[in-house]
Structures are given as structure tokens and as C-alpha cells.
Design a protein around this ligand. Sequence first.
Ligand SMILES: Cc1cc2nc3c(=O)[nH]c(=O)nc-3n(C[C@H](O)[C@H](O)[C@H](O)COP(=O)(O)OP(=O)(O)OC[C@H]3O[C@@H](n4cnc5c(N)ncnc54)[C@H](O)[C@@H]3O)c2cc1C
Length: 353
Amino acid sequence: MIDYIIVGAGLSGIAVAEELLNAGMKIKVYENHSQKSSVVAGGIFNPVILKRFTLAWNADKQLEVALPFYKELEEKLNVSIIKEMPIYRKFNSVEEQNNWFEAIDKPSLSKFLDPKLVSSINSSIPSDHSFGKVNHTGVINTELLINHFSNYIRSFGALESEEFEHDLLHFRTGGVEYKGIHAKAVIFCEGYGMKDNPFFNCLPLHGNKGEYIIVKAEDLKLEVAVKSSVFILPIGNDHYKVGATYDNHDHTSEPKEASKEYLLKKLDAFLKCDYTIVDQMAGIRPATPDRKPMVGNHPDHPTIYCCNGFGSRGVLIAPTIAKELVGHLLNDTDISEEVNISRYYNYFPSLSS
Ligand SMILES: Cc1cc2nc3c(=O)[nH]c(=O)nc-3n(C[C@H](O)[C@H](O)[C@H](O)COP(=O)(O)OP(=O)(O)OC[C@H]3O[C@@H](n4cnc5c(N)ncnc54)[C@H](O)[C@@H]3O)c2cc1C
């Protein structure tokens, strides 16, 4: 007998697993490597939407939970995954600069938007206008986190590197049975893989494909992240991630030539030094119509849960949502309405009218 089965070891599954382990629960995690969103993510944690200079949904509170969460994981796994790094927003007009100052006047943003504009940050990124610095931002090395966390749970037999087969799940009194294993509940953290989950695939989860290219630019010597029309993010050894794209229509997992061309066009518009393209990667962001997560139990099967819909901000959202879900599982606390899957219950055949 174990306590909980978790399907998926991306940012969602890892956060739920870690919360359950901290509460002394026995878990089993299934991971089939079908989705890559968490592995390829830029890993940026940034509470500010840099298009409009607004605070992302609950992002200030999520940051307060996320940083201690990843710090504890660093210590537990003995690996460095957090890199604090300012983001510089390159302004395209005086109007944008003015908008920045208007945004600073809002109490929720004043902590994050630096009032001192910078005229130049790097000779290879010249600009007619200034740069605004976002404070309290940085990057989580998600690939390293996933690799180390997976090795850790594998070391005590809690990771099965295989597909979870939904048709082998049986509902029993007080819990579930899967391949002879009895558990209190299953938590599905499948990202866009939820489209193949017969229990939850009626939910309005939208795939939003994102792609990055990785370039090598020996002369750039940039140590901060810069947001122009795309991000350029230093990842060490003169390598930089450049991205990302947003595509709601293509749900294939392979990188596309057209995306590379799109990103190169954007990059060439602001980067004035030589570089070579080293790699390209793609993943599908699991998004919802109202851009908030979907968390909670199935309306007809109270022992299966969904923890999904993190969209483009999984790094910040996952720790808060995992705490909320685990609080509900173990202490019967309510899942807040704005993230509760119950707002989409009318999508389930048994409840649609
Ligand atoms: C290019 C790109 C850049 C991004 N950059 C950022 C960023 O800078 N900052 C940020 O916060 N977010 C970023 N994101 C978004 C972030 O990646 C997502 O919000 C987050 O990864 C979603 O995590 P998840 O665990 O819900 O889903 P996923 O990462 O998709 O994880 C789901 C897991 O479940 C597994 N799985 C699915 N079905 C099954 C099954 N039947 N059996 C076993 N295993 C299964 C999959 O293999 C996968 O590992 C980016 C995304 C992309 C694509």
C-alpha cells in the first residue's frame, strides 16, 4: 500500500511529490517522457508581464513560496539550481519608458520595477532608448532539477520510468488500484499529455507550443537576461537561450525551421555580434482559457485529481499550487475557487447540460 500515485514528473509532479514526501507520505511516480515543457523551459521566474508592465496573477505571493521551495530542494538534492539574475527590458519608445514609471507607482509593482533606467547594458545590444531593470528575478535550471529529483525518488523505489496506462486503473472502496498497487488517490500532473487521459481530456486544456534556439556568442559576455521582442538568457560557456515562440495550433513535439527563422529575425534586430546556432528545442505549454491552473478531483471519481494548466509560468506557480492541493488531500482544506477544477465541471459528460 502506498499513499498517492503521481503521474508526471514535470514541474507540477515534482512539486506535488515533494510536498507529499515532506508530509511523510509514500508515493509512486510514473513518468514516460512524452512531454518536454518543464525540461526545455527557460526556467525564468519573473512576476512581471513585460509586455504591459503588469503583475502576473498572484505572482508576488507565488514568488514568496517558490524561492524557499527551490532553496530547500537545492539543499536536499545537493545541487545548485537557482540563479538570481536581473532581467533588463529594452524599451522601444519613450512611451514605453513612461509606462514603466506609471507602473512603478502601483504598490504591487514598485518592488520589482527599478526606477533607475540604464542607458546601456552591453555593447552588442545597442539601443536608442533605455533599459528598465526588473528586480527579484532569476532562473531555475529545470532540467537539472528534474534529473536530480528523479534520481532521488528512484533511489528509494518511488519512480517508475514508464507510461501510466489509464485503462488499468480501478476504483476500489476508499481508493484506487493500479497494477496491483493500492493507493488513496492518483494525481495526474501530465501537462499537455492530459489530452490522452480519458478521465480528464474533456477539460479545456490548450496546448501552446514554445520553442527556443540556443546560440553561442563568444564576444557577447552578457550576464543578465534581456527582454527585447524575445528573451536572450545566458546559460554559461558563452551559450544563450533565445526565445520563446508561442503557437496555439501546432501540437507536434519537434522543433520547426519556421520557428528558428522567426527567432533569428527577432534576434538579429537587436543583437549586434557574431553567433552560431547550437541547438533548438520545443515543448507544449499546458494552458487554460482563463490562464489559471486547474486543480482538484474528478466530479464522478473523487479519488483521481488533476494538477495542471500552469501555462507559461510553471516555475512560479507549481510550488504554491502543490501546497494548496496537498493541504486539501491531507487536511481537507479548500482549493481556492479561482484554480479549482470545479469551474470547468460542466465540461464533464456527466455534468454537461
Ligand atoms: C519553450 C518554453 C519555455 C518556457 N519557459 C518558461 C519559463 O521561463 N518560466 C516558466 O515559469 N515557465 C516556462 N515555460 C512553461 C513551463 O514549462 C510549464 O508551465 C511547466 O513546465 C508545466 O509543467 P507540468 O509539469 O504541468 O507539465 P509538463 O512539463 O508537460 O510535465 C508533464 C509530465 O507528465 C509526463 N506524462 C504525461 N502523460 C504521462 C503518462 N500517461 N504516463 C507517464 N507520464 C506522463 C510527461 O512526460 C511530462 O514529464 C516554458 C515552456 C516552454 C515550452
